[in-house]
Design a protein around this ligand. Structure first.
Ligand code: MN
Length: 254
């Protein structure tokens, strides 16, 4: 089999205040993909549907990366005080990526904001801040020091992708102040924190592999977590299987 290429949704920032935007992802993502044997590529932010179609023609899987809050208007709400000023271009880009990846049956792993935008794409909504969730009690927004150190546990759903990987309680890190409220169409909640926050969703059938996690497995794996190594390895196996099926299908179409 040829290389497995995994596209990472990029973001933009003017890090050095030169008024020039830079395209970037945190290096934990590229590091994790390299460690499982894949080839990471960063997909520069664009609002051009044609370019996004080209991107998804290049990749075997898509990882929707973490980042800024999603514009609440996308789930028909006005902004509450805790919400960041939205990055509209990034929302559009992520939505276009999801739309295009779905058409091509490309496996998707959504991480943090990536899970939230998947949920919103499929018609779900978010709590704009954890203070509006009646059960939220644990530390879900840890500091940037030691980002791989887990702060709370999640319980997985038996029989799900995550449930098979992690039948016991799983310790995870946490960098979110928002969480899923109404679930998007077709999704199943497959992990919850002890204080009842939705921490993972799956939409996995014969045609789709879509997994969203609220924590940051790439940070944990990058720093050596064996649990998150398992998560990335299993995701990678799924991507390989999908690629094989697609290649066979192409051969039979000749
Ligand atoms: Mn959390």
């Amino acid at each position: 089999m040829k290389n497995i290429i995994i596209g990472l949704s990029g973001s933009q920032c003017d890090f050095d205040s030169t008024e020039f935007m830079k395209e970037y992802v945190n290096n934990h993502y590229t590091d994790s993909i390299e460690k499982i044997g894949g080839v990471p590529i960063i997909l520069p932010l664009t609002e051009n549907r044609g370019v996004v179609e080209k991107y998804t023609g290049l990749i075997d899987a898509l990882i929707l990366t973490g980042g800024d809050d999603i514009n609440p208007q996308l789930f028909h709400e006005e902004s509450l005080p805790e919400v960041q000023v939205p990055h509209l271009k990034r929302d559009t880009f992520d939505m276009l990526l999801i739309e295009s990846a779905l058409k091509k049956n490309i496996p998707i792993l959504g991480i943090c904001r990536g899970m939230q935008i998947l949920n919103v794409y499929f018609g779900g909504s978010l709590y704009q801040d954890l203070r509006y969730h009646k059960d939220a009690a644990l530390k879900h927004l840890q500091g940037m020091n030691n980002p791989d150190i887990p702060v709370h546990k999640v319980k997985t759903l038996k029989g799900s992708f995550l449930g098979k990987l992690f039948p016991e309680d799983l310790w995870v890190n946490s960098f979110h102040h928002q969480c899923i409220k109404d679930l998007g169409e077709n999704f199943v909640v497959t992990a919850r924190s002890t204080d009842n926050i939705i921490e993972a969703v799956e939409y996995i059938d014969e045609d789709h592999f879509i997994l969203g996690v609220q924590w940051h497995p790439e940070m944990m794996y990058s720093y050596g977590s064996e649990d998150m190594k398992k998560l990335f390895q299993d995701f990678y196996e799924q991507v390989k299987i999908k690629k094989l099926i697609k290649e066979r299908y192409k051969i039979s179409q000749r």
